[in-house]
Design a protein around this ligand. Structure first.
Ligand SMILES: C[S@@+](CC[C@H](N)C(=O)[O-])C[C@H]1O[C@@H](n2cnc3c(N)ncnc32)[C@H](O)[C@@H]1O
Length: 160
């Protein structure tokens, strides 16, 4: 399982405890160091790497499940297509991709212009414009992370 923009690794660790083999990555050195320190590299524990989701290197290992909780919405929209192409290159055919995408900032205002978050309809339009190049959208649900409204998207990787 691939945890995209894993931050300090809480979700990767949670999934790992439930039997998933998880690679979490983040572009923040500090977050990856902290994740490694907290959750280690012992057998059965998640692995953590420092990588940029918009330009992942070629890799033989492919993943059965992809998850992004809170990463894509923070990436400027000009990098949206690169992100989708990049993460799809690490997915096995038909791998489900779970995306948790903020539609507003914590303060309840549309977030700054240099992130992808925005009002629900506009955010959904953006995701529907970038995902289908490599994923089929199966389900769109509304939800919350704490007090932040989100879109929960289930998409499935196409065979490349
Ligand atoms: C809101 S945090 C969410 C962290 C974690 N997924 C969670 O749910 O607790 C977003 C994370 O995405 C990371 N991030 C932002 N842009 C990224 C990129 N291009 N590649 C990898 N990670 C990125 C940030 O460094 C940050 O740790």
């Amino acid at each position: 399982m691939l945890d995209i923009g894993c931050g300090e690794g809480e979700m990767a660790a949670w999934l790992s405890e439930r039997g998933f083999r998880v690679l979490g990555f983040d572009w923040s050195h500090a977050a990856v160091e902290r994740a490694r320190k907290r959750f280690g590299e012992l057998p059965g524990k998640p692995r953590f790497e420092r990588l940029d989701a918009t330009c992942l290197p070629a890799r033989a290992e492919k993943f059965d499940i992809l998850i992004d909780r809170g990463c894509l919405h923070g990436i400027p929209r000009t990098y949206g297509k690169a992100y989708v192409r990049s993460i799809a290159s690490w997915a096995k055919p038909s791998a489900p991709f779970w995306l948790f995408f903020h539609t507003q900032s914590r303060q309840g205002h549309p977030t700054a212009a240099d992130t992808s978050a925005g009002p629900r309809e506009e955010a959904l339009k953006y995701l529907e414009a970038i995902l289908p190049a490599h994923f089929d959208i199966q389900q769109v649900t509304d939800g919350w992370i704490e007090d932040i409204p989100i879109l929960v998207i289930l998409a499935v990787a196409r065979s490349c």
